[in-house]
Design a binder for this molecule. Structure first.
Ligand code: NAD
Length: 338
């Protein structure tokens, strides 16, 4: 029997997770909630995705706009085994009592605190920690990116200390509010929260981070300096990432000089919505000097967490005990790694 999944919050992350869930042969997308009859609600309806409203009083607006509403979030919760909460950061907390009352499991996103779920998740690093859990949280796009490359490095080589500077996109591409057009805005609260967030998955890692918001919407870029436990060659570093799913080496020499090229690459690969769910590491931007490793990586903020949500469902619903098998199943279904 397929696991029945609902999505609360059909925005940037919610609509992508909904599409990914719909691709899984062991899951059924039962419905999604919207708060307004936006174009995304119309698209969902046209694709045959059952629409629910977060609150009963919102239904009238949808019906006036010609959209069929199947019911409220409460009705949706009555039909699912697990809900993916992709409401804006900080909003999901208020829904926890409702999820508990309905007896459904829930996955939160990186905008919520670790304490809300008690388990923070990355498929490659700690799949089994979410096994059977009632609540879990898929960490943010940046934390997912840092864990994807640091975890295998720590496992194979050993990481003594990490210093990372995050050049963050100012806004999502569809965000009308955005950030300043002609400014670089450093995070003044230091070190930034990204280090402690990595430690929700790798508590043993000594990591500090800084961040600067940049006037770009395409991707984040991380500049990482890692002090390793032993002297290595570049080939040892590449070997640590070689068999790791969701990390992809790119090359400046082959024309991928910046984030715009990665986004074009994603479109050339015919990725749905032009997404790039892997973490791109510049192979010709890796430098090893003694025990110190320098590298750059790029993170597609809207999509790297999407396959993690799918694997988190499998772990929480006890559908597949083997992390590697779940990851492969997800990646094959979404065209990741091709
Ligand atoms: P978003 O604003 O694009 O989408 C949120 C959706 O929730 C919208 O459709 C909105 O209408 C709906 N919504 C608002 N209030 C609601 C409520 N009370 N009940 C139900 N639905 C409600 O947000 P997003 O960017 O998709 O972010 C969702 C979560 O994912 C956040 O925790 C965020 O931190 C995290 N996240 C975002 C990104 C990113 O790049 N956008 C990356 C990784 C993680």
């Amino acid at each position: 029997m397929k696991v029945r999944v609902g999505i609360n919050g059909y925005g940037t992350i919610g609509k992508r997770v909904a599409s990914a869930v719909a691709e899984q042969d062991d899951m059924e997308l039962v419905g999604v909630t919207k708060t307004r009859p936006s174009y995304e609600a119309h698209l969902a309806c046209a694709e045959g995705i059952p629409l629910y409203v977060a609150k009963a009083e919102q239904a009238g607006d949808f019906e006036k706009d010609g959209l069929k509403v199947e019911g409220t979030l409460e009705d949706l919760l009555g039909k699912v085994d697990i809900v993916v909460d992709a409401t804006p950061g900080g909003v999901g907390e208020a829904y926890r009592p409702m999820y508990e009352k309905a007896g459904v499991k829930a996955i939160y996103q990186g905008g919520e605190d670790h304490g809300l779920a008690g388990v923070s998740f990355n498929a490659y690093a700690n799949y089994s920690e979410a096994w059977g859990a009632r609540f879990a949280r898929v960490v943010s796009c940046n934390t997912t990116g840092l864990v994807r490359t640091l975890f295998p490095l720590d496992r194979d080589v050993g990481v003594e200390r990490v210093n990372a500077t995050l050049i963050r996109r100012g806004a999502d591409p569809s965000d009308n509010k955005g950030s300043g057009l002609n400014t670089l805005e450093p995070s003044l609260k230091l070190p930034t929260h990204h280090g402690p967030d990595v430690q929700t998955i790798m508590p043993w890692v000594n990591i500090t981070t800084m961040a600067v918001k940049a006037p770009t919407t395409l991707m984040h870029v991380h500049c990482i300096i890692a002090d390793l436990k032993k002297e290595v060659r570049e080939s040892d570093v590449l070997a640590a990432w070689d068999d790791v799913p969701r990390v992809r080496l790119v090359s400046g020499k082959r024309g991928i000089k910046g984030t715009a090229n990665i986004m074009e690459f994603a479109k050339d690969l015919d990725h749905h919505r032009g997404d790039f769910m892997e973490i791109a590491v510049w192979q010709d931007g890796i430098k090893v000097a003694g025990k110190t490793l320098y590298y750059y990586q790029a993170v597609h903020q809207e999509s790297d967490v999407v396959p993690e949500n799918v694997d988190c469902i499998r772990s929480m619903m006890k559908m597949e005990p083997d992390a590697a098998r779940s990851i492969k199943k997800t990646d094959d279904s979404l065209g990741i790694g091709k």
